[in-house]
Design a protein around this ligand. Structure first.
Ligand code: PLP
Length: 400
């Protein structure tokens, strides 16, 4: 028994992941625990390991670890690199910074190209640095596809083209933790060597699964890489996965959920999933500009379909505003991370989200701005509704 009052209805979880889990996935996960060395698990694992490839758009193996997404960062590096290797990374925001910090801890030498945290990766800057690296000291280029901290996405195809333009042999590693099943991602076609992801965002699952999709080149690199690896060793995983098993106890419940999540994404159609995210993101941005507030991402071509980070007017603290929204309307908004802590709040519009969810969330933001005394104009929700009623989803997908 607690003295807290009950909040009626569902909590509005509008952070950029973990995202709400659909009932169908909850039901799929609510199964009796099964023997992870038995035939029923083997059938499930073989099916999931085969089907998940379509989400990454790859024919190569997708390795699934019981881990948060951070484990996939580590798996990508320890399986392919050696102590002292240089890696080229771009400071798109807090997640790129954390990944860079991990590289240092692992004994790698990151070269960190700066940005102002208001745009995605500048492929020309990557190309210029690689062109100088005539000795090919740089062994990997590591990019965060969607920087969840800033709401800026990066053009991965442009980075691949930049690497090819200077014939640089580095591996391309891409963090798609908040972009997979949200925006287009083509592991094979874009020549990505390690695609890194997690379960708790576009895949609509609880946290707890980490993914690395691997190219043949990454697998070849793993044969000579010298960083210490144990839990995240690809060889052990691949050998066991070939028969539908894992080298240790897998997250069986989450794999039941993943099986259904893949079905749900395919039933909607990945292109429709991407178009839905673009549409909800655009509705959100229209609300923000009608409020007269500024979007952190300064470059419209980099606007994220997953999350919109909104700058607070000077003298106003984003966390006080978020607290007011949580206490009054039972809605969680994303906090500002790292350099932008207290300065931005983030509206997540990814995962199992629809038009009415986003309109409800924007209404909570608009009322919260008033309650917290944040200067703004009324009419953001009206602008979002006008956008969503003006065109059907199919019409806005065609117009995009
Ligand atoms: N990379 C990105 C882009 C993320 O958004 C996150 C988490 O939000 C991470 C990495 C870290 O993943 P995890 O918290 O699952 O370890």
């Amino acid at each position: 028994m607690t003295n807290e009052t009950r909040n009626a209805g569902r909590h509005f979880l509008q952070i950029p992941g973990p995202t709400p889990v659909p009932d169908r996935i909850h039901r799929a996960m609510a199964q009796p625990i099964l023997d992870h060395r038995g035939p029923e698990f083997q059938r499930l694992a073989l099916r999931v390991l085969a089907n998940v490839k379509s989400i990454f758009k790859t024919r190569n193996p997708v390795i699934i670890f019981p881990s948060s997404g951070t484990g996939a960062w580590e798996a990508a590096m320890v399986n392919t690199l050696s102590p002292g290797d240089h890696v080229l990374m771009v400071e798109t925001g807090q997640f790129a910074t954390l990944w860079k910090n991990m590289a240092v801890k692992l004994g790698l030498v990151p070269e960190f190209l700066p940005t102002d945290w208001r745009s995605g990766v500048d492929a020309a800057q990557v190309e210029a640095r690689l062109a100088e690296d005539k000795a090919h000291k740089i062994k990997a280029v590591c990019i965060v596809h969607n920087e969840t901290a800033t709401g800026c996405r990066s053009d991965i195809k442009a980075v691949r083209d930049a690497m090819d333009a200077v014939n640089h042999p580095a591996l391309l590693m891409v963090d798609t933790i908040s972009s997979l099943a949200v925006m287009d991602l083509r592991h094979d076609e874009w020549g990505i060597d390690v695609t890194i992801s997690g379960s708790q965002k576009g895949l609509m699952l609880p946290p707890g699964l980490a993914f690395t999709a691997v190219s043949d080149k990454a697998l070849a690199a793993s044969k000579t890489a010298k960083l210490a690896r144990a839990y995240f060793h690809w060889d052990d995983m691949l050998a066991n996965n070939a028969n539908g098993f894992f080298p240790y106890t897998p997250a069986t419940g989450l794999l039941y959920g993943l099986d259904v999540a893949i079905d749900m994404l395919n039933e909607e159609g990945l292109d429709n999933v991407f178009a839905r995210h673009e549409r909800l993101a655009e509705a959100t941005r229209r609300a923000v500009s009608a409020w007269g507030l500024e979007i952190l991402c300064a470059n419209p071509k980099d606007y994220s379909p997953a999350v919109t980070a909104v700058l607070m007017p000077d003298g106003h603290n984003a966390d006080q505003f978020r607290k007011a929204v949580l206490e009054r309307f039972d809605m969680s908004l994303g906090m500002g991370l790292g350099k932008v802590a207290g300065k931005v709040f983030r509206i997540g519009h990814l995962g199992d989200t629809n038009e009415l969810t986003i309109v409800g969330a924007l209404a909570g933001v608009e009322m919260g701005l008033t309650l917290a005394g944040v200067p703004h104009r009324a009419g953001g929700v009206t602008a979002a509704m006008a956008y969503l009623t003006d065109k059907t989803p199919a019409e806005s997908a065609r117009a995009a």
